[in-house]
Write a protein that binds this ligand. Structure first.
Ligand code: XMP
Length: 524
């Protein structure tokens, strides 16, 4: 039996995951409605788990399997006997129909992938309140198999050309089943369907960041008692919000260590330390270890070697400072809910390592510390909302992500102090441009990379032989996939001119228009 993310007194909705790529989106749609929900893989949900979790409603997610496959994933039959509303989506719909006495057929000519239109049946369904303002509703389909006979007690409320049972329900039991994915963007009225579902299930919408703040503070006090907590503060949103929350709970029992590895952006170290130490009254150790990091990186140009050096030095340095804090028993980490959700794997086997990400994951075992992870139940947008609630400045909360290895991975080839200084200046101008044009919040991440190549230019009457740089700006939801940001030519031209005029050492500016995949967001 898996553990729930946290014991809470809130109404809980259980999402049983059958491995759909978009299951997390279901949870996000629900959290937006102030409903507390958790995702659990089907193979971890048994009767004991259901009894312990006591969901007020259940959603069966989509998934890649076919109910015909040997060992096809199924929820425990008990779920249909709990007298709670159930919504089955795509595979969840098929497995629900099959288990309740209906029939599913293989695809052949009835598969539907992508946009489809559902038309309503005569009878109205409360789940669809606010739907069908026109004769048909756009939805997103992705199915090979389809339901060919509905289970006893169900009636049809919507059909699409290839899914005669696109929307069905047994209203007496509050069971609903849809063939499409209401959680994705391409089902424009999808959020309305979730809103109706949680209303039918009598959720009170009691999951707010204001309530969460109070509960989290009480839980941290209970966990930590009178012991000391240490926290690696990076200045990123997650560690900042975690630190602010823990500080509210245990005050001076928290000490933050801000490791300055010399790979930070212009004025960054000062800004972070000033904000937390002077404005928020946190105990912050500013670990100035620039010489150590840059010394060890000297002459290294391989991306993985650089990452490994930084990762292991970071752990050593953090440990050195933490050892000075007497009685430290807890380590705070800004782990988020997406890191906690266990994923369902149908293929098995490890995935390829593209980059060894830098984090402090190995620290607790190494140092024998217990973890405090007050953001374990939250999605990124909830962390931001909590940050607002805690009074962190909006400009801080809305900052683009910044990688642990910092500018090292934006400086392909050898890292030198000269290149880092040039890079810091160019990046500051670029971000200033983006802010001035009001684009910062539309972009997921933007930065400058300094290229390991000098090019010839002409300024005034003189020849220059300076570095080239690349501007990067992407849109993304979670950093897993990304597209380049479509700046106007005017913006790009103006930015290139400003960088070349204002930053000594750069005489050529390029714009990186690679999406991810095939590229990655960072250059290394
Ligand atoms: P990539 O380059 O893999 O980056 O497409 C995806 C996102 O992750 C960030 N990134 C990191 N974040 N430690 C971090 O904390 C790392 O080692 C690291 N490497 C990349 C990157 O900035 C982007 O937001």
């Amino acid at each position: 039996m898996t553990q729930t993310a946290a014991p809470t007194d809130h109404d809980r909705l259980l999402i049983i995951d059958f491995g759909s790529q978009v299951t997390q989106l279901i949870a996000r749609r629900l959290r937006e409605l102030s409903v507390y929900c958790e995702i659990h893989p089907f193979n971890t949900v048994d009767e004991a788990f259901l009894a312990d979790f006591a969901p007020k409603a259940v959603i069966l997610s989509g998934g890649p399997a076919s109910v015909f496959a040997e060992g096809a994933p199924r929820p425990p039959a008990k779920v249909f006997e709990m007298d709670v509303p159930i919504l089955g989506i795509c595979y969840g719909q098929q497995v629900m129909m099959e288990m309740l006495g209906g029939k599913v057929e293989r695809g052949h000519n009835t598969a539907e992938f992508g946009r489809a239109y559902v038309t309503p049946a005569d009878e109205k369904l409360p789940l669809l309140e606010g739907w069908f303002a026109t004769e048909r509703e756009q939805v997103w389909m992705s199915h090979g198999d389809h339901v060919s006979q509905i289970a006893p007690g169900f009636a049809v409320y919507g059909t699409s050309p290839n899914a005669p049972f696109a929307i069905t329900a047994d209203t007496s039991r509050n069971f609903y089943a849809v063939q499409f994915h209401p959680e994705v963007h391409h089902t424009p009225n999808g959020p309305k369907l979730y809103e109706n579902f949680v209303r039918l299930a009598s959720f009170e919408g009691d999951w707010t960041m204001r309530a969460y703040r109070e509960e989290a503070v009480a839980a941290i006090r209970e966990q930590v008692g009178d012991k000391q907590v240490i926290c690696a503060l990076s200045g990123g949103v997650d560690s900042s919000v975690a630190a602010a929350l823990i500080h509210e709970a245990v005050g001076d029992q928290l000490t933050c260590v801000f490791v300055d590895h010399g790979l930070l952006r212009k004025n960054e170290a000062q800004e972070v330390v000033t904000m937390f130490r002077d404005h928020m009254n946190l105990k912050v150790i500013h670990a100035d270890e620039v010489e150590l990091f840059l010394g060890q990186l000297d002459g290294q140009s391989d991306p993985e070697t650089k990452r490994k050096i930084i990762g292991s030095l970071f752990i050593d340095v953090f440990q050195k400072y933490a050892d000075q804090i007497e009685g430290a028993e807890f380590l705070a980490q800004g782990t988020l809910y997406p890191d906690v959700i266990e994923s369902v794997s149908f293929s098995g086997g490890p995935s390829v390592t593209i980059k060894s990400h830098h984090n402090v994951g190995g620290l607790p075992e190494k140092m024998g510390l217990k973890l405090v992870e007050p953001l374990r139940e939250l999605f990124k947008d909830e962390v931001r909302a909590l940050g607002h609630e805690l009074g962190l400045p909006p400009s801080f909360i809305g900052r683009h992500p910044f990688p642990g290895p910092g500018l090292a991975i934006r400086c392909p080839g050898e890292i030198t102090r000269e290149k880092l200084d040039i890079l810091r200046e160019a990046d500051a101008v670029y971000i200033d441009q983006i802010r001035k044009h009001g684009l910062y919040d539309d972009i997921w991440q933007a930065y400058v990379a300094i290229l390991p190549v000098r090019t010839v230019g002409v300024m005034g009457d003189g020849r220059t032989y300076d570095f080239a740089c690349a501007l990067r700006a992407v849109t993304s939801v979670d950093g897993m996939t990304a597209d380049y940001y479509p700046f106007t030519h005017e913006f790009l031209g103006e930015t290139a001119t400003r960088i070349i005029n204002e930053v000594q050492g750069i005489n050529r500016v390029t714009y990186d228009i690679t999406s991810k995949p095939p590229g990655t967001i960072e250059w290394e």
